[in-house]
Design a protein around this ligand. Structure first.
Ligand code: SAH
Length: 379
């Protein structure tokens, strides 16, 4: 079965929507084989049983069409908002929350923000869903801090959606395409939601990085840690650790874990997450991963395993050179950018490592993105 969507061209998010899912997986498998087949065996891609509606983070622009509030997408380089009421990728709870928000905005005469005149109030809505807790967050992004009829809006949302456990206002007064502003005000609940992955619990704040497909993230982390072969005594570095998810799960099977991450608020979330799970053998450092590892190597420190999960641009030459000096026995490299991963893998294979295995994981069905894990051992 293949799916269709009237907004496919405008949105551009689903390059593979028209392909039956098994064929999408076959294409990604072939692509990974092309990229990594010369370096190591490529295991069969881990796909989903039911790939629709996997995204647990959903955002929509807010505007006015014929006097009514609409949510949807802006046409590229225009100020025209196209209403979108259904998306194959998004968790369906988001569409229901957006529908109620639109009705309430009309009833309470809360104006949508107009990005030509820079007047009005509500710019974007963001919904985050804790897939395994059922907790739902609504973030209302406004152009200014004043939010008239705020109490009625919150009461109306809560009455229609008992699943909403927190509602947050984010103030974004800048003329930018960034969705969230940097000021947050909690209007209801704790200001975050929780989710569970691989038996651990994680806090998700409005701006935290959290993988958008939790079901497949569990399979990704499980596969990565199985490839790492931890026995309970190892010293592990979780480089590019985000909010500490994989490091916290790994800590249960390791001697000690050191997480390194550049984003300060992600590090703060990681520290909270470690406490929430009563994990004591993990520490987090806020630094550039390459600089931190270079310093560790210069101080003669060691690590048995380096888990690395850099952003799409891949790792840095400094990071790779530090790996060479630290000489961990094992490297597990998770990537959402297979081309840069291949570039880094070729460098590692020319500098003392062997690639043992590739494990693709379909984190982003219907799109042409593919996540991949590579396992390396010292030669
Ligand atoms: N492992 C995490 C996060 C992966 S996303 C998870 O699975 O959820 C990549 C992370 O790398 C982001 O949190 C980003 O802030 C961080 N990052 C980007 N450049 C970095 C650098 N130079 N040094 C350390 N962390 C960096």
């Amino acid at each position: 079965m293949s799916l269709s969507c009237p907004h496919q061209k405008l949105c551009g998010g689903c390059q593979m929507l028209a392909l039956p899912y098994p064929e999408q997986l076959a294409r990604k498998q072939a692509q990974m084989q092309r990229l990594f087949g010369k370096l190591c065996p490529v295991r069969p891609i881990l796909g989903m049983d039911d790939p629709a509606h996997y995204r647990c983070k959903v955002q929509a622009a807010v505007g006015t069409v014929n006097g009514r509030t609409v949510t949807g997408l802006y046409q590229p380089s225009s100020h025209r908002l196209v209403p979108v009421e259904h998306c194959w990728l998004e968790d369906e709870r988001a569409a229901a929350v957006f529908a109620t928000a639109r009705q309430l905005m009309d009833r309470l005469r809360l104006p949508a923000y107009n990005d030509v005149t820079h007047t009005g109030l509500v710019r974007h809505l963001l919904v985050r869903v804790g897939k395994y807790t059922g907790e739902v967050m609504l973030v209302v992004v406004t152009g200014s801090a004043i939010f008239p009829a705020r109490a009625q809006f919150v009461a109306g949302m809560r009455a229609a959606h008992p699943e909403l456990t927190t509602i947050v206002q984010s103030v974004n007064g800048r003329r930018t395409s960034m969705v969230l502003g940097d000021r947050f005000r909690t209007l209801y609940g704790p200001g975050y939601i929780r989710d569970k992955l691989c038996g651990c619990e994680f806090l998700i704040s409005p701006a935290s990085f959290y993988q958008v497909n939790p079901a497949q993230t569990q399979r990704l982390y499980t596969a990565a840690l199985e490839m790492a072969g931890l026995t309970g005594t190892e010293t592990v570095i979780d480089a590019y650790c985000g909010t500490g998810t994989i490091g916290i799960i790994a800590a249960k099977k390791a001697g000690q874990v050191l997480g390194v991450e550049l984003n300060r608020s992600a590090v703060q979330d990681a520290q909270k997450n470690a406490r929430l799970n009563h994990i004591q053998n993990i520490r987090f450092v806020c630094d550039d991963a390459g600089r931190f590892m270079t310093r560790m190597a210069a101080e003669g420190q060691r690590a048995d395993l380096v888990l690395m999960d850099p952003p799409r641009q891949g790792s840095s030459p400094e990071f790779l050179r530090a790996l060479q000096k630290l000489k961990p026995r094992t490297i597990v490299y998770i990537s959402c950018g297979p081309d840069t991963q291949r570039r880094d893998a070729e460098w590692l294979c020319a500098h003392g490592w062997r690639a043992l295995q590739a494990q693709p994981v379909d984190l982003f069905p219907f799109t042409d993105h593919c996540e991949n894990i590579l396992l390396f051992a010292g030669k």
